[in-house]
Design a binder for this molecule. Sequence first.
Ligand code: SF4
Ligand code: SF4
Length: 370
Amino acid sequence: MQYRKYAQTGKDISIIGFGGMRFGKDDEEAVRVIHRAVETGINYFDTAPGYCQDRSESLFGQAFKTLKDAVYVSTKSSIYSQPKADDVRKRIDQALARMNIDRIHFFHMWCIMDWEHFERVMAPDGPYEGAVKARAEGLVEHIVFSTHANGAEIRRMCDSRAFEGITLGYNILNYTNRYDGILAAHENGMGVAIMNPLGGGMVPSAAEKLGFLIRHEGESVVQSALRFVLSHPEVTTALAGMGKIEHVEENAVMGDRITGPDPEFLVLIKAQYQELGQALCTACKYCLPCPENIDIPSVLTSLNYTFMGMDKTAHAFYGWMKKDAGEKWVSPDQCIDCGLCEERCTQHLEVRDLLRQALELFETIGKSSE
Ligand code: SF4
Ligand code: SF4
């Protein structure tokens, strides 16, 4: 297993991190999987309340009874469940008890969506203040955050210098939108943990289209997607969800094989992706607001799935988005052709044309009236 320094913390972290969101129903199997991961040299274990029907932290706790000094543990609190400093302290106490440990190495302000969310996390008596107090008491070693914001917002958050690390979703499908965030973290001396290196399952599902990722004999597209992420010199570790021994074995192989960052590989892959990437929306939201309140990123994300040959998923995703929005949903046919979205689009997409395609594909009512 290869290791990289988690920036200013000085900790040597395995380049493959263990994502604790894929455990099955069998507790003993979960413990065996964690132990096997430790045997392969994986030493970064990421969990959160709620993962696996809220069992994940406790499963780590069972495994850590014999391992607690051998690994680094990452868990989280969310502003939705823990809005105040005292709530965060209770969350930390709960996590420590569940995991049978006396300190959390990497404590996340979880899932910061945008700058406004960040400001609420940092407000007096808010979650960040609770984490800082816990760090002063030795219950937390490093305060970090995870985010789904766009690159420019992530840069602003990193420039605050309030955090020692970041966890963010990054993969071949969204790198154009997120790379600036990774760079900003690196420039601010922060560690970078990558979640979602497989694009929420889109990478394996679109294996044929993404076959150009495979540049090393004997590697699968999934393994090559991990290689893509870890070829960035700014990245410390890539988190892979593991619920079975075979997941550990497959990922650990890459932990041995990827011996260092590979900028040449990145140049090659990014060049090959360019054509495909120009057709994909990265959900960065720069096109918003739309004067008609059309949720452009959601509509175009649905369309992405069809470009990847995943028609069923595309329809399901569109339906789910629509249902979730309820009365707030605005059909793409309400577009007034103002063109603002296209002026702002980071991917230079012909948004209006794509919306028409989505309408044609997903809105059966519109089709039947033609
Ligand atoms: S062109 Fe249509 S989708 Fe784009 S901003 Fe204007 S109204 Fe919204
Ligand atoms: S349409 Fe363009 S600007 Fe809007 S979310 Fe997609 S990629 Fe970003």
